[in-house]
Design a protein around this ligand. Structure first.
Ligand code: ADP
Ligand code: MG
Length: 410
């Protein structure tokens, strides 16, 4: 199963135009329907007819009604039964019912009518002024209720958007300060590292002539010390070079220019993320990477690092014990496709729709904020791309990010 969310075209959403309220007229006798239509003509509403109980129930399910005028005596399903059915269904329960009944109806029947959900009775032959004014009141009530519901929805939506934006701001501020911190440390390490490396090179170069000159002079006791020293110097060289690689990766990751456009080497971005997450991956998770052409894309490199980091971090969390993460990237036509696939627990189908929502997390407090994927989603959207999740039958999760090779204008 696949869940895919294309970037929203309109951030604000379009308000649906409020439809004209409708009134349902139910009577088995056509002449009565015609008469009611005449009485109600000119009111700002749509009149819908039903000539049987069944037809009335069908219409009720089809759309919303401001009020239903319901004849009591009908062959087959009578008015009370229609009211009972309408009342029993949550989607039609709230439609107010005005019963139309013969004046000679017993008190017992009227009580039954109220029990089945009637809000009022009109006795036949109906007084046209009374019908008109009652229907008008229900129309006004309906419109007022709709306006309240609409503004409540709009407010709720605005509140949700606000909450999500705030959370993302907090998170990106955190990421930005993490970036600055890493950049600062990398910078501090870089200078002493540079002279340690350069001095070591000098030492290694000096060893060569000394060795040539002193080989025969070394006593048997000193010889093992000499070779031990040479081997340790070699290891120091390896170690310092490893630190230099690490610093380069940290600097790639921490590009403080988070929201500045630039050219990112995707492999380098992934490498830097893997370095940062190194201790969470170590020994336990085998990471395999494969990159095709092109090596670079034009994007917001700082943000791209964040997006990749969130995906790889989730994969790491999803793998209990040992497992595999496979990262592949290459262009397909004019888009760059970056896939992070893991052998982890996978995501149950019913949750896949929700994982991009801010605050959605299945992790315990302190382990998950539920913001990673929603941030990745906004980053991808900012790049004019898409992201989708697949859980293949053999298990695990595959996240596919598709970005334009050149991100649209900043
Ligand atoms: N690779 C994955 N494998 C399994 N579940 C995942 C994976 N990626 C995301 N999820 C699910 O999506 C949820 C939301 O992820 P995310 O937004 O990054 O928040 P967090 O990691 O803080 O929970 C996770 O809690 C998890 O349930
Ligand atoms: Mg996460």
């Amino acid at each position: 199963m696949t869940t895919s969310r294309a970037p929203r075209a309109d951030a604000g959403g379009t308000a649906s135009a409020t439809p004209r309220p409708a009134v349902l007229l139910v009577d088995d006798v056509e002449a009565n329907l015609v008469a009611l239509e005449a009485v109600l003509s000119g009111l700002d509403c749509e009149l819908v007819r039903a000539q049987s109980g069944n037809e009335a129930l069908r219409q009720l399910l089809r759309r919303e009604f401001a009020v239903m005028l319901l004849d009591v005596q009908m062959p087959g399903m009578d008015g009370y039964e229609v009211a009972r059915h309408a009342h029993g269904n949550p989607s039609t329960r709230n439609v107010p019912i005005l019963f139309l009944t013969a004046t000679n109806d017993s008190h017992h029947n009227v009580t039954r009518g109220y029990d089945s959900g009637a809000v009022d009775f009109l006795f036949k032959p109906v007084d046209s002024t009374a019908v008109r004014s009652k229907v008008r009141i229900f129309l006004e009530l309906y419109v007022a209720r709709r306006q309240i519901t609409d503004s409540k929805q709009a407010l709720e939506q605005a509140y949700e958007t606000l909450q999500a934006t705030q959370a993302q701001l907090v998170q990106s501020a955190k990421m930005a300060s993490l970036g600055e911190l890493v950049a600062g440390i990398a910078h501090e390490i870089n200078n002493p590292l540079a002279f340690a490396l350069s001095h070591l090179d000098t030492v290694l170069r000096c060893v060569v002539p000394i060795e040539a000159a002193s080989d025969l002079l070394l006593s048997d006791g000193a010889r093992p010390h000499w070779s031990k020293m040479k081997s340790r110097l070699g290891e120091m060289h390896l170690g310092l070079n490893r630190i230099r690689d690490l610093v380069v990766k940290l600097r790639t990751f921490s590009r403080v220019d988070g929201d500045e456009r630039g050219v990112a080497n995707v492999k380098e971005c992934v490498d830097s993320v893997l370095t940062i997450l190194g201790n969470r991956l170590r020994d336990r998770i085998e990471v395999e990477c494969e990159f095709g052409e092109p090596a670079t894309i034009e994007c917001f490199p700082g943000l791209l690092n964040q997006a990749i980091m969130n995906l790889v971090a989730n994969s790491t969390d999803a793998i209990e014990g040992e497992g595999r993460i496979r990262v592949t990237g290459r262009a397909v036509e004019d888009r760059y496709v970056l896939i992070v696939a893991d052998s982890g627990a996978g995501i149950p189908a019913e949750l896949r729709q929700r994982i991009f929502e801010p605050f959605f997390t299945t992790k315990s407090v302190g382990h998950g904020t539920g913001l990673g994927l929603s941030i990745t989603y906004s980053i991808v959207t900012k790049h004019g791309g898409t992201i989708r999740v697949d859980c293949p039958p053999e298990g695990g999760t595959t996240m596919t990010m598709t970005l334009p090779l050149v991100a649209p204008g900043s």
